[in-house]
Design a protein around this ligand. Structure first.
Ligand code: B12
Length: 289
């Protein structure tokens, strides 16, 4: 289970200290005296060493815990070459589309290509692929098969289960099977990522890390972390409560507001799962449709 952020013992590479910038080339790694990176973050944004950029925030946090972190920023995704620029990471690749979903970043709501990119040097457009998390994760896998791939950021987070995709006007499945990532960390990733990193550094296999809050991964049917967990269908989680009909702001005369809608009682469709009415959320595993 998740530990307090600063309760972990620092990784041995803490002896290298703080890098002026997280390295983006072999030459910069050599200058720091590193033979390898422990974690390589691949991002669709330009690398700015500022906490408003996800890769810098996550990278510096891992560095503060003793890890050697390299950055591959806006790589050429047409082959795996750019993903080998820093060599093989000793622990894993961390993949992020950047601060925004790559489709939101590249297209306007009219589905026209944007002329600028707020997260690229000189606001230059077209520096990242569509569906960047999937593309980058696949290229990392191709570059070093067997190296764990962890995905995160807003793109992975909002696409972690089946979702409506405006750009293709379809319901797309989770990004997990398409990216073939080992683990997805959704939302603010600091705590879960630290736990995963320290556990991998101690030799645990990524496929055995199945008890962290805020993570998603592919499992065989009917799988649960252990018998104390409750399986909840994702279609049933967070069903809306009472929804008040909006008052018409253009109404010419004041009228009494309509009565609130009653919450619809949804019968639990899974016969095998005896789910108590108020299930403890901390021990829910949600099955995506
Ligand atoms: C500041 C900001 C801007 C600034 C950017 C200036 C700059 N260059 O920094 C400006 C004003 C320019 C801007 C513009 C736009 N923005 Co803006 N912006 C933001 C805002 C408020 C903060 C972004 C930020 O700094 N985040 C800080 C980082 C650290 O957070 P993070 O990326 O979420 O990182 C966390 C996790 O994702 C995760 N994580 C991150 N990396 C990794 C890596 C791994 C391996 C893992 C496991 C986890 C992980 O952990 C991190 C720490 O908890 C966000 C809202 C928000 N609160 O996030 C909107 C937001 C990103 N913007 C948004 C939008 C839509 C836009 C515009 C398209 C608006 C428009 N219609 O014009 C434009 C972009 C236009 C363009 N041409 O590119 C949306 C994106 C929606 C989406 N689904 O992608 C957001 C989310 C706001 C929203 N809720 O709608 N924006």
């Amino acid at each position: 289970m998740t530990q307090p952020l600063f309760s972990h013992r620092k990784h041995w590479a803490a002896r290298f200290g703080t890098a002026p910038f997280l390295p983006m080339s072999r030459a910069e790694m050599t200058a720091l005296g590193w033979d390898a990176c422990d974690v390589i973050l691949v991002t669709g944004d330009a690398y700015l060493d500022h906490p408003s950029f996800g890769m810098a925030l996550i990278g510096r946090m891992l560095e503060a815990q003793g890890y050697r972190v390299g950055i591959i920023s806006q790589p050429d995704w047409h082959s795996a070459d750019a993903f080998r620029a820093l060599g093989q990471p000793t622990l894993y690749f961390g993949v992020t589309a950047g601060n925004m979903d790559s489709m939101v970043n590249r297209y306007t709501a009219d589905r026209k290509v944007r002329s600028d990119d707020a997260y690229t040097a000189h606001a230059e457009p077209n520096k990242r692929p569509d569906r960047a998390v999937t593309v980058y994760a696949q290229r990392c896998r191709e570059a070093y098969p067997g190296t764990p791939v962890i995905i995160g950021s807003i793109e992975a987070s909002l696409r972690r289960i089946a979702h409506y995709d405006y750009w293709s006007d379809t319901v797309r499945r989770s990004v997990l099977p398409d990216s073939k990532a080992d683990l997805l960390i959704f939302g603010n990733a600091e705590r879960a990522l630290l736990d995963v990193t320290h556990r991998l550094a101690k030799g645990e296999k990524i496929g055995d890390i199945r008890d962290l809050r805020g993570t998603g991964f592919m499992v065989p049917r009917d799988w649960k972390p252990d018998e104390t967990w409750i399986e909840a269908l994702s279609t049933e989680l967070d069903t809306p409560g009472a929804i008040d009909t909006h008052v018409d702001p253009y109404a010419m005369s004041p009228s009494s507001p309509p009565p609130p809608r009653r919450r619809r009682k949804v019968p639990h469709p899974c016969a095998s799962c005896r789910r108590p009415s108020a299930s403890p959320r901390a021990r829910n595993c949600a099955r995506a449709p």
